[in-house]
Design a protein around this ligand. Structure first.
Ligand SMILES: [Zn+2]
Length: 422
């Protein structure tokens, strides 16, 4: 044991990496204890479900809760403060109303911070004494109500950082200017069909150390975000191997991330993407819980400074090479001539009238040689003919609903609204 300790102390960096990998695993194992179980369906989680959860924190001496402002339609936007140390860190979620994953993770983090006596008290103490955390969960509650990206003014507030026409935008800028956080976490969801580089893997989580100018200069503010992301990526590889990507760092002068980086806060964008058989993104919620807490520890103890920012560039870029379903090598016919096609289709979510649930509406997105694309689900249809539901050769048209059949000598497989009928 003594020998081991000596070796470990010689390699302080590996010690840190080991300890933090270990923290990620412990958080993974314990997440269920902290999961806010009243919330698990994205569209059902509205502002009125958030209010009582925040109210509970108001009487809790571990937190300081205030109203940071109101949405355009007058819904309270809350700020939850934890800790009293330096540096300040600001985390905000759901500036796009239909991106709920991280808000759920923040609720889990509140439960985590409130617990005690479970082996995580050292971390809580560190976070509370060596940083001050400011959380703004659900920045765009009006958009949440409608389950839409934009605010009640139909403005994408992530293009409103300069003009500040939304009260939600003014509020966010004001928080950055007054709190002057060292690090900001900008928490979003992205399409579940982004790919990790040119691989067959879907991007489960994507990161970005946001650029602050067109030249994408790396100053010390941006470098800090890159170093943190290097460590966050390393931890997540244990749970979502090869499913972490890097968002494009093209500068967007109107976006919040870009401006907040320009205003001097190291900006970490986290995008929850797709994970197989997880339409409500509950596994990705858990990934957010882990990656945010491990990053917060590194901010509090400063260990992120040991990371090599060059490793950031090794994370593959987000690409768009995935469809929900690709049918390979089917035969079809036109004017009496038969030929081979791959067919790609997506299942798009359509809100119910009250925006609390959804149904799928599928469409044919592409066909032809799709060998450079991947299906999250794939069917090899070699030997089968594409027909309509009357057995006639299918006339393929982009945008058509994916209702057709694959007929071979042996059997008929029905595709109904984009789903393979078993
Ligand atoms: Zn977003």
């Amino acid at each position: 044991m003594k020998h081991l300790l000596v070796v470990v102390s010689f390699f302080a960096m590996s010690e840190t990496i080991f300890a933090q990998n270990n923290l990620a695993q412990r958080l993974f194992d314990a997440h269920d204890l902290f999961k806010e179980k009243s919330v698990s369906l994205r569209r059902e989680f509205k502002h009125r479900q958030l209010v009582p959860l925040i109210d509970k924190l108001k009487t809790n001496p571990k937190f300081a809760v205030s109203e940071a402002g109101k949405s355009f339609e007058g819904r309270s936007i809350f700020q939850v403060k934890y800790g009293t140390g330096a540096p300040p860190v600001l985390l905000w979620s759901q500036m796009h109303g239909d991106e709920a994953t991280a808000t759920m993770a923040l609720l889990d983090i509140f439960n985590f911070l409130n617990a005690s006596g479970d082996g995580f008290d050292d971390l809580r103490k560190k976070l509370s004494e060596k940083s001050t955390l400011y959380f703004v969960p659900m920045l765009n509650p009006d958009g949440v109500e409608r389950w839409q990206r934009r605010t009640a003014q139909e403005i994408d507030m992530n293009r409103d950082a300069l003009r500040l026409q939304c009260p939600e935008s003014k509020l966010l800028k004001n928080l950055q200017q007054t709190l002057k956080p060292l690090v900001g976490f900008n928490l979003h969801d992205q399409s579940p069909r982004y790919s990790v580089g040119n691989t067959k893997e879907v991007a489960a989580i994507s990161f970005l150390a946001t650029a602050y100018n067109y030249e994408r200069t790396i100053n010390s503010v941006r470098e800090r975000a890159m170093q943190l992301i290097v460590s966050m990526n390393r931890d997540l590889q244990a749970f979502i191997p090869n499913q972490v990507a890097r968002y494009s760092d093209e500068f967007e002068p109107r976006a919040f991330g870009d401006n907040i980086a320009k205003w001097g806060t190291s900006l970490i964008l986290i995008e929850s993407g797709g994970y197989k058989n997880d339409p409500e993104k509950q596994y990705l919620r858990k990934m957010n819980f882990i990656t945010i807490l491990t990053a917060l520890e590194r901010i509090a103890d400063g260990t992120y400074t040991r990371e090599n920012r060059a490793d950031y560039e090794k994370i593959p870029q987000n690409e768009r090479n995935h469809f929900d379903l690709i049918i390979r090598n089917a035969r079809t016919e036109r004017n009496g001539l038969t030929y081979t096609v791959d067919v790609a289709l997506n299942r798009n979510e359509i809100n119910s009238a009250d925006a609390k649930s959804f149904s799928y509406k599928s469409s044919i997105e592409d066909f032809g040689d799709l060998s450079v694309f991947y299906g999250i689900e794939e069917i090899d249809a070699r030997g089968a003919f594409l027909t309509d539901n009357n057995g006639k050769p299918l006339v393929l048209k982009l945008g058509d609903k994916a209702d057709f059949e694959l007929r071979s000598d042996k059997n008929t497989q029905k595709i109904v609204n984009g789903f393979v009928q078993k």
